[in-house]
Design a binder for this molecule. Structure first.
Ligand SMILES: Nc1ncnc2c1ncn2[C@@H]1O[C@H](COP(=O)(O)OP(=O)(O)O)[C@@H](O)[C@H]1O
Ligand SMILES: [Mg+2]
Length: 247
């Protein structure tokens, strides 16, 4: 269980100090698929970075399984961080490494207690035939699948996803959402997903926190989509926006 308890954080900008996160409290259950939504600058990434302790709140506590992760000693923190993996909007792959080398990278850097075999991971994300390729030869969706594989190989208990589909078109977004869903079905990790894309939240999450200007305004329960068509087609969306506007 992850609990953010009255966390706040200030940063400096041109006009002085401002509160990027303001007394936010919520709890995420084990194995949950939890969304954090809000506009750009709302503080979503900062909240996510609290959870893997890349960012420290000025006030409040982040409790994981009853422990304040910002008060762990160095070795306990390292152990905790090995249970948390992250995927990014811009994929964060190393261009001079192959698909397989990118996926194996975490294992080169640290010893993990439990890993998933490379062959299993490659099959899971459907990249077996691309294992020797370099990122420049991959599509956006394939790059994100490498990012997912690199996270899965460490068998994380918590998977943090920061705008994982925001650099992708609609069809590719669907493909990545499906891979994440399958990963959750198979491995049961807790997923915390940050995005401004409401359709992605609807497909993937069961609850979501709404963040506005660093403040939590709601935590909502999400109705699962009734059919597989919650992603409207590009044509339908274009018509809605361009020709049926209400004003
Ligand atoms: N390290 C930092 N230094 C200064 N300002 C920051 C830093 N990190 C984030 N911010 C600011 O805090 C606010 C929230 O940022 P962020 O959490 O990245 O929002 P989001 O992910 O919702 O777009 C933004 O105004 C951003 O510019
Ligand atoms: Mg962000």
């Amino acid at each position: 269980m992850i609990t953010l308890d009255q966390v706040s954080k200030s940063f400096q900008n041109n006009s002085g100090e401002f509160k990027a996160i303001d007394a936010v409290t919520f709890t995420i259950q084990d194995h949950e698929r939890f969304g954090i939504i809000g506009e750009s600058g709302a503080g979503k990434s900062t909240l996510l970075r609290f959870i893997n302790a890349l960012e420290t709140p000025d006030e409040g506590a982040v409790m994981v399984d009853g422990k304040n992760i910002h008060q762990l000693n160095k070795s306990a923190l390292r152990l905790y961080q090995k249970q948390v993996a992250m995927i990014f909007q811009e994929f964060n792959l190393l261009n001079n490494k192959t698909v397989e080398e990118n996926i194996r990278l975490p294992l080169e850097l640290h010893a993990y207690p439990e890993t998933i075999p490379m062959e299993t991971v490659l099959d899971f994300v459907g990249l077996r035939d691309k294992r020797g390729q370099y990122p420049k030869d991959l599509s956006g969706g394939q790059k994100q699948r490498v990012g997912i594989a690199r996270a899965l190989i460490t068998r994380p208990k918590i998977l943090l996803c920061d705008e994982p589909t925001s650099a992708l078109d609609l069809g590719t977004t669907k493909e990545i959402v499906d891979v994440l869903k399958k990963a959750h079905d198979t491995f049961g990790m807790t997923i915390v997903l940050v995005t401004h894309e409401l359709e992605v939240i609807k497909e993937l999450c069961t609850r979501a926190a709404i963040l506005e200007n660093g403040m939590l305004t709601d935590v909502i329960k999400i109705e699962p989509p009734k059919n597989k068509k919650s992603y409207s087609s590009y044509r339908k969306r274009a018509l809605e926006v361009l020709s049926h506007g209400s004003d």
